[in-house]
Write a protein that binds this ligand. Sequence first.
Ligand code: GTP
Ligand code: MG
Length: 217
Amino acid sequence: MTTEKLSYSIKYIIIGDSGVGKSNILLRYSKDKFDPNHRATLGIEFVNKRINFKGTNYTIQIWDTAGQEDYKSITRGYYKSSACAFIVYDITKLITFKNIENWIKDCVNLAPKNIQLVLIGNKSDLEENREVEYDMGKNFADENNMIFFETSALTGNNIINAFNSSINVIHNNIKNSFLDDEEMANQGIRIEKNGENNNKINKKKMGNKNNIDCCKM
Ligand SMILES: Nc1nc2c(ncn2[C@@H]2O[C@H](COP(=O)(O)OP(=O)(O)OP(=O)(O)O)[C@@H](O)[C@H]2O)c(=O)[nH]1
Ligand SMILES: [Mg+2]
């Protein structure tokens, strides 16, 4: 029997239309910051955030994708081996909610079948411009087995809750041994021993401040 303390690396992907606030959700979660300008993500970027959740160490490796159509051929390559997908719309733009179905189709076609889906209605601070009612998001999420939160990357509302509730599902799956090693690997969950991260790609071009690594691809 091993006495090594295991930790886990979990791959997340954030998808959704351009401008819904994907990069700012990640910025808020990883650095507790907000960028008022829309600097469209070009291709794909990732951030590693290390956390302790219920006594277990996790590296949450979050891949932030470009929402712009031009980059789809690049970003589609990053769905595989993801344990969790955040699918984001903007509560002030109905079209971004309507497009959620297309983003789910991409997940069904490209991601592992047991991927945990999280539906995020972002920009909840802009109540006066709301086009998508809370219940529309909640009902859609319930029908499609998704976790649901309305968030604001601007105020930080519900950002940590959204990550923690998805980590909780994955944590329970791991701790209750619902997944064997192969299923974990297929779902982007990597076991790390003594804090060693074996993924060579992650070590490329990484900064390392405050438990955060990041990289532009
Ligand atoms: N009021 C408000 N504005 C937000 C919020 N989140 C993002 N924004 C703004 O919306 C714009 C787009 O945000 P981004 O995070 O760049 O959007 P994105 O989804 O990453 O866009 P792409 O990289 O092009 O796919 C920026 O001007 C942000 O400052 C929010 O919660 N509230
Ligand atoms: Mg972006």
